[in-house]
Design a protein around this ligand. Sequence first.
Ligand SMILES: Cc1cc2nc3c(=O)[nH]c(=O)nc-3n(C[C@H](O)[C@H](O)[C@H](O)COP(=O)(O)OP(=O)(O)OC[C@H]3O[C@@H](n4cnc5c(N)ncnc54)[C@H](O)[C@@H]3O)c2cc1C
Length: 295
Amino acid sequence: MLDRFAIHQPASLLEASQMLAHFGPDAAVYAGGTELLVAMKERLTHFPHLIDIKRIRGLRDITYDEKRRQLTVGAVIRHRDLERSPLVRERFPTLADLEAAVANVRVRTVGTIGGNLCFAEPHSDPATLLTALDARLTLHSASGERDLPIADFFTGLMETARRHDEVLAAIAIPEPPANTGVAYERFKLHERPTAAVAAVITVDDGAITDARIVAGSVGERPQRLPETEALLRGQPVASSLASTAADRIRDEVETAADAFESESYKRQLARTVGRRAIAAALHRASGEEGGRHAA
Ligand SMILES: Cc1cc2nc3c(=O)[nH]c(=O)nc-3n(C[C@H](O)[C@H](O)[C@H](O)COP(=O)(O)OP(=O)(O)OC[C@H]3O[C@@H](n4cnc5c(N)ncnc54)[C@H](O)[C@@H]3O)c2cc1C
């Protein structure tokens, strides 16, 4: 049973943030409700006022800016929309594949990308890949708009840099440079992933010029792995490289214990999915899948 609440349906981002400011802690943004309503039903939290942002124009757009080489996704886009969008499939096939395996079709048909990121549940698939892709988030409040790198958004376990009166409006994903391979690998035993690694690797003349490696699900939030990245940078592409880098992932990653898996098991899983992600990204960056880049 849910306690009583009122649903407000603002027509604009400004109106939504004004409502959040007006009701203060009594209000929450309501998108798909797949996390929010369950938490309210289980009486983990309660908000007498839900600000339903689904009617706000523009929050369901997916656009690609040729000049800036950037995909922009509205926050109320559902996982299922991302999975099926020809534009996402063409520009970021790894993201389309990731989305197709989020949760189950019922959750994907209702749950939004913005809700996923704002809830900051540590087992988020998109959070890990979007951190490796250096996405930027646009947050809207009554006092204006701000843009911040996704890496600065996740501040702790289910905590973000979003202020209470801010609505996440859009996510901008820059296209990686030429000769860059993008890969995401996860291991899933439960509803959500247990361990995941995203790799974005650029190769020039047979050597790695840039690497962004991010581990997700094993700790409190997505984490860049600078030691693993440094190990990869400058190295000639060789078949043993993914295993060597994966050993570093196992040693470098920070894990958080939970009721299901031990920390050493999570490290081992991060190593395994990390090796697969790095091998796949190197393969794609070397043009073996034929693209100028295979995001
Ligand atoms: C059974 C199940 C399995 C799942 N499996 C996976 C999985 O495998 N991988 C994965 O990544 N995720 C998984 N999820 C999480 C799923 O992706 C999220 O539940 C969904 O995306 C949340 O979106 P929503 O629109 O329903 O959010 P809501 O429930 O509406 O909101 C979630 C939170 O975010 C806030 N919020 C929502 N939108 C905004 C916004 N635009 N601006 C500011 N605040 C906002 C709300 O106030 C609330 O606090 C699973 C969830 C379930 C229930």
